[in-house]
Design a protein around this ligand. Structure first.
Ligand code: ATP
Length: 221
């Protein structure tokens, strides 16, 4: 019998994509034995005080970052949908694509996990996917009681227990190279004309500088 596909979704604004996202995706691929990690930009980031970069530009930076890395995919499906974008719709579309036996994982960082009970119909996520929460340095707050209640008995303590079923379980992971990089800081530093070298892939840095993204004025760099 062939092994069911193992697929993860890593959603985000990727505004812009950085090495924290990329190392997390790669190490998650290896830790869970995934066939593919779909990195899926959301259409509309919240209002920012730095210059706006379009969804297509964020996607293009993500494609540049991933290049031909095996198992990582820049996935435009949320940008192709009209109206607001909800993770549960994205998971449904991945489930349709990979079939009911696939092991589908929604991966989120600890900061996003803490806000999960504010999402639309969070318990519905488990009808389509497992939830894998990635520890993130600098984000150590504890979950609210409503979140703990929502998760009930879903938590398991190993990848094999997670992968025993197609969806519905929760696993916390700490990845080897946990990095304290955030897109907020990258936007801030670019806005101030500071260097972002070594925080994003070189090709992403070059594209950002070449196109003048996130910069209020021409930086001296
Ligand atoms: P911002 O600073 O603009 O909020 P961000 O750096 O948190 O952005 P997002 O695009 O919001 O990036 O993140 C997408 C997903 O990746 C989220 O689940 C987030 O928790 C996770 N993530 C982002 N940066 C890291 C990191 N350095 N390590 C682990 N997970 C991360």
């Amino acid at each position: 019998m062939t092994r069911p596909a193992r697929i993860a979704m890593l959603g985000g604004t990727f505004d812009p994509v950085h090495n924290g996202h990329l190392r997390s995706a790669l190490e998650l691929r290896d830790a869970l034995g995934l066939d593919a990690v779909h990195m899926i930009p959301a259409p509309q980031p919240p209002l920012r005080d730095t210059p706006q970069v379009s969804p297509r530009q964020r996607l293009a930076l993500l494609e540049t970052a991933i290049a031909d890395t095996p198992g990582l995919k820049a996935d435009a499906r949320e940008l192709e949908r009209d109206g607001p974008s909800y993770s549960v719709d994205t998971l449904r579309s991945l489930r349709d694509e990979y079939g009911e036996q696939a092991r589908l994982v929604m991966a989120i960082g600890w900061d996003a996990f803490l806000r999960l009970d504010q999402w639309r119909a969070p318990e519905q996520l488990f009808a389509y996917a497992h939830l894998v929460v990635i520890a993130r340095p600098g984000h150590e707050e504890t979950p609210s009681s409503s979140l703990v209640e929502l998760l009930g008995e879903r938590e398991v303590d190993s990848v094999s227990r997670l992968m025993a079923k197609p969806h519905g379980r929760l696993l916390h992971v700490t990845l080897p190279s946990a990095m304290a990089i955030s897109a907020t800081h990258i936007r801030q530093w670019l806005g101030e004309g500071k260097s972002i070298r070594y925080l994003v892939p070189e090709a992403v840095e070059n594209a950002i500088l070449h196109e003048g993204l996130y910069q209020r004025w021409q930086s001296v760099y």
